[in-house]
Write a protein that binds this ligand. Structure first.
Ligand code: GDD
Ligand code: MG
Length: 324
């Protein structure tokens, strides 16, 4: 039986102040919390999901307690008293996990087909399989050296640009066998800095996939992910959205119960339920979260307007995260 672990204990520093009260995996992307998107991507035959939580673990517990979509699945939030790191978080679960498990970074949105990654892992008889994605700028990621048989021969976390050995990066989802615990001990902290480099002497493989992949951990990446998701999910103006005299440039999504009057909206704007945008405002590349109000004549670009936040008339927000 295969289990799943979602790593959800990070501080979400790059999304502050939005993450001052909620952990990053609970931040909504195009109306759906990041962690819900991950849970939904887990194959149906994986019955047990462990959420390794730390920072604001209480919020994650509440979310899954009240979650009506979890179905039959057993989602267990396991809080860490002190941040254990990505390796420590797994070590902490070693007595719970079975022979094979899939591990997810809690802030990644992608088109990875998890079942195919598991099949690949088994066919390679691998100890660990790392999902792999190609990017132009590797600086914010773990970089993989990989041979012609997809075997990972080197792993360097966030190398300097000139020291990166390839453009292939760790996409933040892993399939693992229990044997990985032989490469850790109680004091291991980081999968990326300690365990993966050590596993290069064992059987560790890279699994490439197609479609889209984004780590939503920063403002720019979050907004890029929003655009990708709106396009791929064909989101638009939802029934029950109140829209009057607006100029729309897609992709734009306006949720049921949101009110937008006389504004220029788009591209890449998501307006959540219960929020409002007033006349003469111009919004692009942004999200207006639940209950937020954008006054008249505002200019909003490259920004997250957090839940219940109010922008007064004629306010300007460029590349900012604003909260109540
Ligand atoms: N339980 C637990 N405990 N989870 C943690 C801890 C911890 O102490 N520290 C971080 N995490 C979780 C975060 O919540 C996040 O979901 C995941 O581990 C990765 O942490 P990030 O802070 O988002 O790391 P990153 O984006 O800088 O880099 C990671 O992701 C990249 C791809 O998205 C690394 O895995 C890179 O190698 C990778 O390329
Ligand atoms: Mg991240």
């Amino acid at each position: 039986m295969t289990d799943a672990v979602i790593l959800a204990g990070g501080l979400g520093t790059r999304l502050r102040p939005l993450t001052e009260n909620i952990p990053k995996p609970l931040v909504k992307l195009a109306g759906i919390p990041l962690i819900r998107r991950i849970v939904d991507s887990i194959p149906g035959d994986i019955e047990r999901v462990f959420v390794a939580a730390g920072y604001r673990a209480d919020k994650l517990s509440d979310y899954f307690k009240n979650d009506r979509d979890a179905g039959e699945r057993d989602v267990r939030v396991v809080p860490e008293e002190n941040a254990l790191g990505t390796a420590g978080a797994l070590w902490n679960l070693r007595n719970e996990l079975g022979d094979e498990f899939v591990v997810f970074n809690g802030d990644v949105v992608s088109s990875l087909d998890v079942s195919s990654a598991i099949s690949f892992h088994r066919s390679m008889n691998a100890t660990a399989t790392i999902s792999a994605w190609e990017v132009d700028d590797t600086e914010a990621y773990g970089v993989l050296r990989i041979d012609a048989e997809d075997r990972i021969t080197g792993f360097v976390e966030k190398p300097k640009k000139e020291e990166a050995v390839s453009r292939l990066i760790n996409a933040g989802t892993y399939v693992m066998n229990r044997h990985v615990f032989d490469f850790m001990n109680g004091s291991s902290f980081s999968l990326e800095r300690e365990v993966f480099p050590a596993l290069c002497s064992d059987r560790i493989f890279g699994y490439r996939f197609h479609g889209h992949w984004i780590d939503c951990g920063s403002l720019g990446a979050y907004l890029q992910a929003q655009s990708t998701v709106m396009i791929s999910e064909r989101r638009g103006i939802q029934k029950g959205a109140r829209l009057e005299g607006c100029l729309i440039e897609r992709p734009v999504s306006i949720e049921r119960g949101a009110r937008v009057r006389g504004a220029r909206i788009g591209p890449n704007v998501y307006v959540e339920a219960g929020s409002a945008v007033d006349e003469g405002s111009r919004l692009d590349n942004c999200v207006v979260m639940e209950g937020a109000k954008v006054g008249c004549g505002c200019s909003v670009s490259g920004s997250i307007i957090g839940p219940d936040c109010t922008l007064p008339d004629n306010a300007v927000s460029h590349n900012q995260i604003l909260v109540k």
